[in-house]
Design a protein around this ligand. Structure first.
Ligand code: FEO
Length: 172
């Protein structure tokens, strides 16, 4: 079992609570959209694009303010096992295929209802797949990466890192 990390030293609690909210919101929105309504369809595409800009920013923030610093520490002190864990964390591009799918969606505005409904089924499947991948990814960061942070950084360093992450998350 992962050791308990106090909230003020946990760099993932705040941004992941925001990411979970966004994820629940957009998967539910896809599930409830009437794809025969042009207005609903267009609103959904705009919303999904906006939400994914936030997801991508979240990953950039983690890369810049957390992973890069952790990699540096690991280089100085660590075992090979710890380094592999961190290197694989953001290896998969989870966002580009979905962003392309949203962009492709605009072509369906001019198409018939049946085509839009079938695009909706594809979109729903893709969002569920994203959900099933992104939730375990966040768990991995919380349960595997956070303990590494606690192992290699001082409490003061973690507090500063957490503040930077929160500040950048709020700016996006
Ligand atoms: Fe917190 Fe890498 O998503």
């Amino acid at each position: 079992m992962a050791p308990i990390v106090f909230d003020e030293l946990n760099v993932f609690t705040f941004p992941h609570s925001r990411m979970r909210k966004l994820m629940n919101c957009c998967t539910s929105k896809v599930g409830h959209t009437d794809f025969t309504s042009l207005n609903d369809f267009e609103q959904l595409l705009v919303r999904l694009q906006r939400t994914f800009v936030e997801f991508m920013a979240h990953e950039e923030i983690e890369n810049h303010f957390v992973m890069k610093k952790l990699k540096k520490k690991l280089k100085q002190h660590s075992t090979i096992d710890d380094t592999e864990l961190i290197c694989n964390c953001h290896k998969v591009d989870r966002f580009t295929p979905l962003v392309s799918l949203f962009r492709d969606g605009y072509a369906f505005i001019r198409r018939g209802n049946a085509d839009r409904v079938s695009y909706g089924v594809k979109l729903h499947k893709a969002m569920m797949k994203f959900y099933d991948d992104f939730v375990p990814h966040m768990h991995e960061e919380e349960n595997d990466i956070q303990p590494l942070l606690s192992k290699y950084f001082t409490e003061m360093e973690l507090k500063i890192m957490r503040i930077e992450v929160i500040k950048m998350t709020l700016q996006k």
